[in-house]
Design a protein around this ligand. Structure first.
Ligand code: NCD
Length: 307
């Protein structure tokens, strides 16, 4: 039963619930008209304390396409936070108005905290460098559509694996399916955090390797997940400038990859995928965007109890 639950990190959902959400998203894709009124009369509050285009707009589009309405703010300066209101109070207030809240906050743990004070479901739309479970549902639906399975995949994560919350979330999710292998490709400074290795990879006996050069490993991958270097989480601009162009995927490198590999990216991209790759049939990042809206429709319908 998903009605009334919070979604703070991917592990809050069982594998069966993930299947249920993906299956509903697939039904919506085939016949969106049948779902256009299921949230009529319900309100989604989109509380974005940190900038976002895709995630916020896709939550809003998802609720509107279900026949519901949306309220909220797109940056903290236009909320009472700028007057000094605590997150707990903001959530107490907003959850008295809304049926469901999607929240993004720069602080790790903010969504979990919010869930303690909320009278309605909280969806974590990103808490600092921590987790981003609806991006993970987006990635999973894309993988299911394009690879046909969540099992036995070699997944390469490339770029900023230290601060990239989408990487942490998808790793946590894919570790739960059998026979997946991980290749973490990053500069030394942006390696996958120790807590991911100690809390998730090792206890689950997951096979993984670390690499510094994309060219050396791209040929082994079924899924290549590219990421942006997360400028906003650096303490020092010089470090960002030095690391920002560590990886650039281009047509040359794509020649080394398998014919059926798919390239994912949560977007926004900066320089890490050259536009020439966009026309390659293996480039799946714009399809991924569309899946993101449908999977959020399915999630909102389930958590609000509309379906
Ligand atoms: C990601 C995020 O916000 O973590 N974007 C997104 O949700 N589509 C990735 C990023 O900002 O690099």
């Amino acid at each position: 039963m998903l009605k009334g639950r919070h979604l703070i990190e991917p592990e809050n959902l069982t594998i069966q619930e993930i299947d249920e959400i993906c299956s509903l998203a697939e039904q919506i894709i085939v016949d969106p008209v049948s779902f256009q009124d299921v949230c009529r009369g319900k309100i989604l509050a989109a509380l974005f304390f940190e900038p976002s285009t895709r995630t916020r707009l896709s939550f809003e589009a998802a609720m509107l396409r279900l026949g519901g309405t949306v309220e909220g703010f797109a940056d903290a300066s236009s909320s009472s936070t700028s007057k000094g209101e605590s997150l707990a109070d903001t959530i107490r207030v907003v959850s008295s108005y809304a049926d469901i809240i999607a929240m993004r906050n720069p602080k790790e743990g903010a969504a979990l905290l919010a869930s303690k004070y909320s009278n309605c479901p909280i969806i974590n739309a990103g808490d600092g460098g921590h987790f981003h479970p609806t991006q993970t549902l987006t990635d999973l639906l894309t993988i299911r559509a394009l690879r046909g399975t969540f099992e036995n995949q070699t997944i390469g994560f490339c770029g900023d694996l230290k601060f990239g919350r989408t990487v942490h979330s998808l790793t946590q999710a894919m570790c739960r399916y059998p026979k997946n292998k991980f290749v973490f490709i990053s500069p030394k400074e942006l390696k996958i955090p120790e807590y991911m290795i100690e809390n998730i990879l090792k206890p689950n006996k997951i096979e993984y390797t670390e690499a510094e050069r994309l060219e050396d490993v791209i040929g082994d991958l079924d899924i290549l997940y590219m990421t942006r270097v997360q400028k906003e989480r650096f303490f020092n601009e010089q470090d960002y400038i030095r690391l920002k162009d560590s990886y650039i995927l281009d047509a040359e490198k794509m020649k080394l990859a398998k014919k059926d590999m798919i390239v994912l990216h949560p977007l926004p991209r900066v320089n890490e995928i050259q536009p020439e790759v966009d026309d390659d049939p293996r480039a799946a990042y714009f399809k991924q965007v569309k899946y993101g809206m449908y999977v959020r429709m399915a999630l909102i319908a389930k958590l609000t109890g509309a379906l």
